[in-house]
Design a protein around this ligand. Structure first.
Ligand code: SME
Length: 160
């Protein structure tokens, strides 16, 4: 598998996700190491969409622990139910936050983060990790992101 992403210039967001998905699948299908696959997925999302921060938090006991990511340094541990990530874990659903300052309990790893989407990864019905994507623009995520990132995290489930 080539380590280069091929994206048609100028495509709308949903189409870029559609082009990206099979490339992430091809990049990860022959690789058994979870860290390698999470790392390349975070890098691919940041490379294609230019998000401020893209990364994973992995469930360890009663906490989420920082996993592979792209972007500025971030908080390392988040308790269940805390912040956007901990809420996504506790409620086992994607949480889309148009304005982080309006989300009660949001954990500000960076004051530059303005909007955020967190998507859980499920294994045998339980949340095993979350994908966290932050933007430095308000209201930067919509249903296109939600649908495509949930599909991508369906793929990530096989890495756990
Ligand atoms: N904002 C997140 C914390 C993680 S950082 O954004 C990377 C939250 O509220 O859970």
């Amino acid at each position: 598998m080539s380590e280069t992403l091929f994206l048609t210039p100028g495509l709308p967001k949903a189409a870029r996700y559609a082009e990206l998905h099979p490339q992430v699948a091809a990049l990860t299908v022959g690789e058994a190491d979870r860290t390698a696959n999470l790392a390349n997925t975070a890098a691919a999302l940041r490379q294609v969409f230019g998000f401020f921060w893209v990364g994973f938090y992995v469930v360890q006991g009663e906490e989420l622990v920082l996993g592979p990511f792209q972007g500025p340094i971030a908080c390392t541990r988040i308790r269940r139910g805390r912040g956007v990530c901990g809420t996504s874990w506790a409620e086992a659903r994607t949480v889309l936050v148009p304005d982080v300052e309006a989300f009660p309990g949001h954990i500000a790893c960076s004051s530059d983060s303005k909007s955020e989407i967190v998507v859980p990864i499920f294994k045998d019905g339980a949340v095993v990790a979350v994908l966290d994507v932050d933007s430095d623009k308000l209201n930067d995520f919509d249903q296109d992101d939600l649908v495509a990132l949930e599909q991508l995290m369906g793929l990530a489930a096989s890495w756990f």
